[in-house]
Design a protein around this ligand. Structure first.
Ligand code: FAD
Length: 398
């Protein structure tokens, strides 16, 4: 039996891969829902299904796309054009970011991909300098990709991400979006797939502690037999409670403001997304009457009162939509205080590998050592790889 603890994307990926190979799998999740930091839910104030936070997947994220395809979620995703309109909300300056815009600044691009060498401790600001394109290209790209401000983000990690994308060609920067929400693409089809394979799924089942040969939950103790394996796909703070020798990893927050408008908006640039600089919000996405704004690396914002956040985000958005800044529409603010790791040089160096002191238990999750920052891609790759290691089956796939 494979016990998978945590039904985020890493745990779902491990469970789907192992069950496909015919392994009996039991999935244990602490909360009453799957998806972890990447999920949708019905919000009664807005009377809409919303995501905990807008997520963007690019075509370079092959594991995420393969996983969605394998579980039948790909038809719930749409591929968009690699065209990202931006507006500076303070000055009104507007521009469009595209892969070709990157190519037009070859020296900056070479610096960004680390072509002149990068020390492990270098930050993105140190590697790029505050050049003309810093505030229009690199700063918004870095904070969106690493959820960490350029002044503290790891330049080698950012460089690696750009190299992985460019190596696959410009189309790898085509974005994928989720018109029916994240859960419709990743979570619900994964749960259906697991149920069709008779995987037992236990919600409200928090793992409290472990012994060499036992998993201890609130209401039961599961003895592990010699052939049993465990994939522990919980976030870093939960894993640290179980294995105190793991490093203390710093995190960064993301705040999302969801607004329900009277009619579907048209954003400047006429794409379903818009990048913002010069204010609080950084990305806007539109889905029907739902307008969602993301604030990444939001340590200054997350501590504020939700009504104040909603009003300040709306005051930035309203002029772009030609609506009244004084009438904030019905809204929901979601604060994810520990959305991802802080991708600083120190924290990146602390990401542990998947092994634990118990030979039958393997760690998984976006925070495990990876060429990817903490993303859907990192979570899914790590879940698959943990299942492969736990079961000694290197060819396992979704
Ligand atoms: C607001 C926001 C925006 C984001 N935007 C993007 C984006 O645009 N693109 C992108 O690729 N990524 C994005 N991410 C990151 C992405 O969501 C995560 O990297 C990914 O979901 C992590 O998956 P995971 O399975 O590793 O961890 P988690 O999703 O944290 O899953 C861990 C699961 O373990 C459960 N658990 C915890 N403790 C226990 C226990 N003791 N017993 C049993 N279960 C337990 C939790 O309840 C949870 O369900 C974003 C994240 C947030 C929060």
């Amino acid at each position: 039996m494979l016990h998978v603890v945590g039904a985020g994307l890493a745990g779902l990926a491990a469970s789907v891969a192992a069950s496909r190979a015919g392994w009996p799998v039991t999935l244990h999740e602490a909360t009453d829902h799957a998806g972890g930091r990447c999920r949708s839910f019905y919000d009664p104030t807005l009377d809409l299904v919303i995501d905990n936070g807008t997520h963007l997947v690019m075509d370079v994220n092959r594991a995420a796309i393969d996983f969605a395809r394998a579980v039948g979620g790909l038809p719930m995703m749409d591929q968009g054009q690699p065209k990202f309109p931006f507006v500076n909300v303070s000055t009104g300056h507007a521009w469009t970011l595209s892969p070709w815009a990157l190519m037009r600044r070859p020296l900056d691009l070479l610096r960004a991909v680390g072509a002149f060498g990068l020390d492990e401790r270098t930050t993105v600001t140190q590697s790029l300098g505050r050049t003309k394109s810093f505030s229009t290209i690199w700063d918004p790209l870095c904070v969106a990709a690493l959820n960490t401000h350029c002044d503290e983000a790891s330049a080698p990690l950012f460089a690696q991400l750009l190299r992985m994308a460019l190596k696959r060609g410009l189309s790898s920067l085509n974005p994928w979006i989720f018109p029916a929400g994240l859960s419709a693409a990743f979570v619900e089809p994964a749960l259906s797939t697991l149920r069709s394979r008779s995987v037992e799924i236990h919600f409200n089942h928090r793992l409290r502690s472990m012994e060499n040969n036992a998993l201890i939950f609130d209401d039961r103790r599961i003895e592990l037999g010699p052939d049993d394996r465990v994939v522990l796909a919980v976030p870093p703070w939960a894993a640290k409670d179980l294995f105190p020798s793991l490093p203390d990893l710093a995190t960064r927050s993301i705040v999302n403001g969801h607004f329900r408008l009277d009619s579907p908006p048209t954003l400047p640039g006429e794409m379903p997304w818009l990048g913002l600089t010069g204010g609080v919000g950084q990305w806007v996405s539109a889905r029907g009457c739902l307008l969602s704004v993301t604030v990444s690396a939001a340590e200054d914002v997350v501590t504020q009162d939700s009504a104040a956040i909603a009003n300040s985000l709306w005051r930035e958005l309203a002029p772009l939509l030609k609506l009244s800044p004084d009438q904030t529409p019905p809204h929901r603010i979601i604060k994810e205080k520990r959305a991802t790791l802080a991708h600083t040089p120190v924290q990146v160096g602390l990401r542990p590998d998947a092994l634990t002191p118990h030979p039958n238990m393997i760690l998984a999750g976006d925070w495990i050592k990876s060429p990817w920052p903490c993303t859907i891609e990192a979570a899914i790759i790590s879940g698959l790889s943990a299942a492969r290691q736990a079961l000694g089956a290197p060819a396992l796939t979704f």
